[in-house]
Design a protein around this ligand. Structure first.
Ligand code: FES
Ligand SMILES: [Fe+2]
Length: 394
């Protein structure tokens, strides 16, 4: 484990000095051609979080994931050897999707069309009248996609040969993630949002506090104090394409609304009773995943582009054991619902952002010192798209 922090933490003004302060091009937030290049340059060539090892606990357990950015349906399966692999959900005979089930457990996968049957390791096991094809079975296995794990979190990479392993991609953040209780988790609660907005407008909303006071009058106001009325973080952190921040600690926080206080207390109780005290963590992994450990919750929030102006967010709360009694179940549901309420407040402004940017009347948008994480994402995306375009033109 590295003895330096996983992120280089900078004061906002230092970050601004590094990243600049000029206006940025508004086109990437609504231009369909730019989005097509992002699919390849940003998403298909990066390690994208798709699930957790606890979803495939035993050999034969599988989950299906629809990843629109890659126009792919994936089967993520634990093999007899215990390894977790990702395959395209595509029969190698004539391309029929093998399963529509979201998850399950099977020792083999049979295509219903002509009964080609594959093992949990993707190998073609049998096919009726196979001799008539003049093929070797070994050449007909399911098409595999690179899958690697860190702290139980599963990531896939669609590059033919990724230029970095997952650990190289995450850098020192990998060590930090492994210190989190994520790898011990056995259960999670999940909710998803689909939003009419470009994925970067969605992600940017969750990496600046500038809006808290206005969009979240209850929680945002509670996070602020007279010394810091907009509840700005104290530092912004960077590591390669990844980001993070240090939240400001209000020395005299005002009373939270009763329902939220109850959620916090119950969340803490659920976490504490489970012996699962989350480490304080706030990582924003490139391109679009948040890992947040608060005193009361350990959650991930992953953002998947569906199209240039449609995006899905998947939010998960991780727990170390099964909720076996009603009060634990209630405490967890209450915590999740409270955070979901706050996220619901964001939805309207994210979609309104797309409404405005999509109109195409702005050539540029602006980021201030406390929107440095948005600027950093914008820059990282731009560098990759420009590199892909240069590669194509070369
Ligand atoms: S397409 Fe799957 S067996 Fe024919
Ligand atoms: Fe918000």
């Amino acid at each position: 484990m590295a003895d330096r922090p996983a992120l280089e933490m900078l004061l906002p003004e230092e970050a601004a000095k590094r990243l600049g302060s000029g206006p940025v091009d508004a086109g990437p937030y609504h231009d369909p051609a730019w989005f097509e290049d992002e699919r390849e340059a940003v998403f298909r060539r990066s390690w994208i979080h798709v699930g957790h090892a606890c979803e495939v606990p035993e050999p034969g357990c599988f989950i299906r994931r629809e990843l629109e950015y890659a126009r792919a349906s994936l089967l993520i399966v634990r093999g007899k050897d215990g390894a977790i692999r990702a395959f395209h959900n595509v029969c190698t005979h004539r391309g029929t999707q093998l399963t529509q089930e979201a998850q399950g457990k099977r020792s083999t996968f049979s295509c219903r069309y002509h009964m080609w049957t594959f093992g949990a390791d993707g190998a073609l096991l049998s096919a009726p009248d196979f001799e008539r094809f003049g093929l070797e079975k070994s050449a007909c296995g399911l098409k595999q996609v690179h899958l690697e794990a860190c702290a139980g979190l599963l990531f896939v990479n669609f590059a033919k040969q990724p230029d970095q392993s997952l650990r190289e991609f995450l850098g020192d953040i990998a060590d930090e993630l492994e210190l989190l209780p994520l790898s011990r988790t056995v259960e999670f609660d999940e909710y998803t949002f689909e939003i009419d907005a470009n994925w970067k407008i969605y992600v940017d909303n969750f990496q600046e506090n500038y809006h808290l006071r206005f969009i979240h009058p209850n929680t945002g106001a509670a996070a602020a104090g007279p010394e810091n009325p907009l509840a700005y973080p104290t530092h912004y952190g960077f590591s390669g394409p990844h980001r993070g921040q240090t939240l400001w600690r209000n020395p005299s926080p005002p009373q939270l609304p009763p329902t939220l206080r109850m959620a916090m207390e119950r969340g803490l109780k659920a976490a504490g009773r489970d012996g699962f005290p989350p480490r304080k963590t706030d990582f924003k992994l490139f391109p679009a995943m948040f890992v947040l450990g608060l005193a009361s919750h350990m959650f991930t929030h992953t953002v998947y582009p569906i199209s240039v102006n449609r995006t899905r967010g998947v939010i998960r709360f991780y727990w170390p054991n099964r909720a076996t009694d009603a009060s634990t179940r209630f405490a967890r549901e209450f915590s999740v619902a409270s955070v979901r309420d706050v996220h619901a407040e964001d939805r309207g402004v994210i979609e309104a952002g797309q409404g405005g940017l999509g109109a195409g009347v702005l050539d540029v948008i602006h980021f201030q010192d406390h929107e440095m994480l948005c600027r950093h994402l914008n820059e990282q995306v731009r560098l990759r798209v420009e590199a892909l375009r240069a590669e194509r033109n070369a």
